[in-house]
Structures are given as C-alpha cells and as structure tokens.
Design a protein around this ligand. Sequence first.
Ligand SMILES: C[S@@+](CC[C@H](N)C(=O)[O-])C[C@H]1O[C@@H](n2cnc3c(N)ncnc32)[C@H](O)[C@@H]1O
Length: 212
Amino acid sequence: MELIHPLAEAYASKYSTAADTVLKQIEATTSASHAQPHMISGHLQGQFLEIISKLLQPRRILEIGTMVGYSSICLAKGLAPDGVLHTIELREEDAAIARRHFEQAGLAQQIQLHVGNAIEIIPQLEESWDLVFLDADKTGYAAYYQLILPRLRTGGLLLADNVLFHGEVLKEEVKGKNPKAVQAFNELVAADERVEKIMLTLRDGLFLIRKK
Ligand SMILES: C[S@@+](CC[C@H](N)C(=O)[O-])C[C@H]1O[C@@H](n2cnc3c(N)ncnc32)[C@H](O)[C@@H]1O
C-alpha cells in the first residue's frame, strides 16, 4: 500500500534541506547495487533524524539496524562533541559497506559499529542512552524495547521505524509474522505509562517515544 502520495512526498522533499553529497551518493549506490534498497531511511526521514539529534545533542545514541549506515550518519551529525553512536548490524556485508560510509562522512571516530545479533549485543553495552533508533527485525521490536527502556535516560527519545508496516497494520485483520509483531509492539507502547508518544505518519510510520 502506498501510504504517502508520491506528489506529497516529492513536495516535502523539495522544501526540506537537501541531503549532503555523501548521503546522496549512499542513496544512489544503494539503490543501484543493494538487494533491498527500500530499507534505507532516505532523504526525508534522514533529515528528520538529523534535526531530532541536533535538538537533543545526545552523548550516547543506540541504533539497531545499521544496514549501509545512512541513518547512522544522519543521527551522528547531532552528537555532542564527546558523543558516541553505537550501531548494531547482523550482516557482515552491510556492516563493511557502512564502515566505508562512516569514513567518507568523516564520522568514523564517533561511530562504534557492532556486528552481530542485537538481542545479544544490547545487554553488553553498559550505557545510558539519550537517543535510540529501532530499525531492525520487526519480530524483535518488543524485546528490544523492553531491554532498552530501563537504560533510556529520563527525557530520552526512542524512535521506532516502520510502525505502519506498509499499511499492513491498518487492515481489519492483521496477517503475517512481521505485521503482527509490529501491531503487538504498537499496542505495547500505547499501553506503557512510562512513556509519552506520538506516532508520526512519516514515510512508513515513525513512533516517537519519550521516557517520562
Ligand atoms: C531497515 S534496515 C536498516 C536501515 C537503516 N537504519 C537506515 O535507515 O539506513 C534493517 C537492518 O537491520 C538488520 N538486522 C535485522 N535483524 C537484526 C538483528 N537481529 N540484529 C542486528 N541487525 C539486524 C538487517 O540486516 C538490516 O540491515
């Protein structure tokens, strides 16, 4: 299901700050050579992540699901001068590409890339998170959320991507492993009184969750 009218998307893109040269190049090469280019955040969501990060000026960012590093770069641009972004990617092939992109963006010193399964790596990171971007396997969202929330600082933000899941969760009967997992995650967040939240209809749906 096309969630956002392509004309509205193009209009929003035209009137938003343009992506920089490195991000434009990452989007172009990913589109030409990656098996799943649609997974990248892209211009509008990337710009949104960058502005949120610049507003927060976080010292510690956690990203789950690096892919080729597009969203990592957007988020890292808002880091405090001594800040670090930890990002986790399951696939070595994507991680290797992301590593090159971090060098190209001049952000390699501020980004720590972990290769492996996020469910095993998250508990090993003894940090207090200011900003978290959840963008990996949808069946893991609820477990990641429960692991991360105690380590999200008060006033910290957690953003979860694809919460409209290509419109699948809008159907009367939600079918399939991923849409059902996203639906369960959305219910979990909606009922959680530890947080305040707004579900944004940006791209494929972005949940903006703030710890009280
Ligand atoms: C939607 S893509 C991430 C896109 C990226 N955040 C961006 O916007 O540019 C999801 C990524 O999560 C990774 N992933 C899936 N399951 C994972 C897991 N259990 N642990 C870590 N990464 C995982 C996938 O390999 C994929 O590269």
